[in-house]
Design a protein around this ligand. Structure first.
Ligand code: NAD
Ligand code: UFG
Length: 341
């Protein structure tokens, strides 16, 4: 079975490509490298001793995509390619809608043209918005996320639902990721943000390696146990295996058509202070931090009800918080400058 992975050179994409290769899928990566490096794919090839076909291209370039679909026998698409910086999306919303929404429509149109029906979409816990209570469960209505980034994910989920109503061959899976962190246990691939990291773990890791002075903890007056925000952090390799489980689910449900959503998380909320402590314990060193004002748009706490993925996909986020920290540190300390090293 051959899988086209858009955005496969990025953080979650590269770990998923590794899992796919380990499960004997053939993989084509299609990426414009705006937020990644080809080095991630080279390292995946080294780790697996397998070849990955790489095509540099943009998901909005339908001509290039068409050529690729014409030349290759593609059975399924896993669609990671998107811009993902929540704050930036409020500054340049049109670029986010163009890339994340229009780009997805382009790939879906080309799939339809070449009669490829299996589609796995990188959605996010952000689609639940602030309207829903925690834990989030897939039966809840889609919410209204505050950022254009979050809105782009809700829009794509609606587009998939409409497409499924109109095309009875379409077989879509929306995987709603909670907070992926960590790195492959080899320390060879991991998250390599450009510039100042927006997300918690890459920031802590850069403080630990001496690239940044201290962490700002955004708010300690939330209605949580210790006042800092709580999130459902899961290991990126568990998340990667969730994609293999989703392909397997599509394969087992040959009669299925429509779109099905699955939460991918551990089911536990962990606070920012607890993450700092867990990281300090893993590296046996203090992480300097200061408490700063809340960051605009941050919800106080959310985590997954992951029962549906546990039961139907036969998938569990098994790796511990300790392993998430140790693997983040192995990647960061071996590669202080990311893939430039
Ligand atoms: P990433 O930025 O590391 O990977 C995205 C990849 O897509 C990059 O390699 C980038 O170069 C590529 N890309 C972007 N726009 C493209 C385009 N127009 N054409 C071709 N390639 C393009 O991000 P990630 O953390 O690996 O996220 C992957 C997906 O998961 C995204 O859709 C993201 O929104 C979603 N997601 C991520 C998180 C998270 O916390 N990381 C949480 C929920 C959902
Ligand atoms: N945080 C800090 N300091 C930092 C960075 C983050 O205190 O320097 C805090 C945030 O306030 C938040 C927590 O750490 O409470 C986690 O923040 P992240 O930015 O790592 O993650 P978010 O939960 O804000 O967002 C992530 C992804 C989004 C996605 C969302 C839900 O970045 O794309 O999870 O899946 F929508």
């Amino acid at each position: 079975m051959q899988v086209l992975v858009t955005g496969g050179a990025g953080y979650i994409g590269s770990h998923t490509v590794l899992s796919l290769l380990e499960n004997n899928y053939d993989v084509i990566v299609y990426d414009n490298l705006t937020n990644s490096s080809l080095e991630s794919i080279k390292r995946v090839e080294k780790l697996t001793s397998k070849k990955v076909k790489f095509v540099e291209g943009d998901i909005c370039d339908k001509e290039k995509l068409s050529q690729l679909f014409k030349q290759s026998d593609i059975d399924a698409v896993i669609h990671f390619a998107a811009l993902k910086a929540v704050g930036e999306s409020a500054e340049i919303p049109l670029r986010y809608y163009q890339n994340n929404v229009h780009g997805t429509v382009c790939i879906l149109e080309v799939m339809q043209q070449y009669q490829v029906h299996n589609f796995i979409f990188s959605s996010s816990a952000t689609v639940y918005g602030e309207e829903n209570d925690v834990p989030y469960v897939e039966t809840m209505k889609l919410g209204s996320p505050s950022s254009p980034y979050g809105a782009s994910k809700v829009m794509v989920e609606r587009i998939l639902a409409d497409l499924a109503l109109s095309d009875n061959k379409f077989r879509g899976v929306s995987l709603r990721y909670f907070n992926p962190i960590g790195a492959h246990e080899s320390g060879e691939i991991g998250e390599d943000p450009k510039g100042i990291p927006n997300n918690l773990l890459p920031y802590i890791a850069q403080v630990a390696v001496g690239k940044r002075d201290k962490l700002s903890v955004f708010g300690e007056d939330f209605p949580t146990k210790d006042g800092s925000c709580e999130r459902d952090y899961l290991h990126v390799m568990d998340l990667a295996q969730g994609h293999v489980a989703a392909l397997d689910w599509l394969d087992r449900h040959s009669e299925f058509n429509g779109v099905e959503a699955f939460n991918l998380g551990t089911g536990n909320g962990v606070s920012v202070f607890a993450i700092v402590q867990a990281f300090e314990k893993a590296i046996n060193k203090a992480i300097p931090f200061e408490v700063s004002p809340r960051r605009a748009g941050d919800l106080s706490a959310f985590w997954a009800n992951a029962s549906k993925a546990n039961k139907e996909l036969n998938w569990h986020a098994n790796r511990s918080l300790e392993q998430m920290m140790t693997d983040t540190w192995r990647w960061q300390s071996n590669n202080p400058n990311g893939f430039l090293d």
